[in-house]
Design a protein around this ligand. Sequence first.
Ligand code: HEM
Length: 359
Amino acid sequence: MNYSSYLQLERLLSAQTLESERLNTPAHDEMLFIIIHQTYELWFKQVLFELDAVQTALAEDELDDREIADVARALERVLLIFKTLIGQVDILETMTPLDFLEFRDMLTPASGFQSVQFRLLESRLGLTRAERLSYDGRDYDSRLTEEDRARVREAEAAPSLLDQIQAWLERTPFVAMGDYDFRTAYESALDEALAADASIIETHPHMSEEERKTQLEGLKRSTQLLRALFDADRFEELRADGEWRMSREALQAALFIMLYRDEPAAQTPFRLLSQLMDLDEAMSVWRHRHALMAMRMIGRRVGTGGSSGHEYLSRAAERHRVFTDLFSLVTFLLPGSKRPPLPESIKTAMAYRYAGAAE
Ligand code: HEM
């Protein structure tokens, strides 16, 4: 065993071929450009590898707390990788637009748009073909090689992380157990909270009439979204309009976990939900950061892949999100003091018990 042979450094370090050198017009910054992209692709590979483990665990019909903790740990790693990927943009930005222009046109029509690992990642998290921005009126994968397209389609056909999280949430006990029904307890507490929110808007001394009207309309819309969580027909209409992605049962369970996150049995699930939100947020930050970097490097020019460049990227950053339901649910959280208390039977069911502790 030897350091270089183990890491196959000979292959790795001879995989940087500068197009500008090949064309006899060497551009110094092309090396950085290649190495940054290769580093991203290596990290994408690691993220997909972690997702393999996460998705294999979540494919089981039953998961105990230890397995959920493993999933949460793997997602934490993925999150930290994404934070590193955001940080790496700083390094690339030491290249000025003038330096980039020295070799940029040589790359056409190649583009990050053809990164199959990035597409796999998006699909495996749960971004569907229907939710994607249309690109030049063609399928987003039309620019991939046939082999890559087959990989993307296979990933699209398999259950995504979003599907698996939904199935896991749907199995949450405690939401309706014995005489207890979270939905009934929560709806009446919510009525009070919404009335309080409306009253704050109606009596706010520093709000113009126009602003008040807008805020009340916003509150009405949020209320309808929430009420639908407890009304099967209305919910399906909103889901068909793309307002919600997960099922009603899954969303109710997520809300329950968020509200009662301090109960021992809800702590690890809450950690997992928080990590999914962190990850969604980190991917969005990366997309926005990449869009800004593209603007800085190429201004309003079209991308080498032929898109509208910055405009396409910032629209994708807004739209290509996966765990938006969890963010929407936050609108409906109640302050701890207004949270309907759990009956003793549920509190006991959610507590940890230590064998032998009484001796
Ligand atoms: C000088 C630096 C960069 C510029 C100017 C740039 C520009 C662009 C543009 C304009 C697009 C839209 C597609 C197109 O028309 O080509 C794009 C897509 C993309 N780029 Fe970059 N990029 C840069 C660096 C990077 C790096 C370092 C990565 C890391 C892997 C990357 C990954 C991607 C990905 C994954 C897409 C597809 C995004 C989507 O469809 O949502 N780019 N890039």
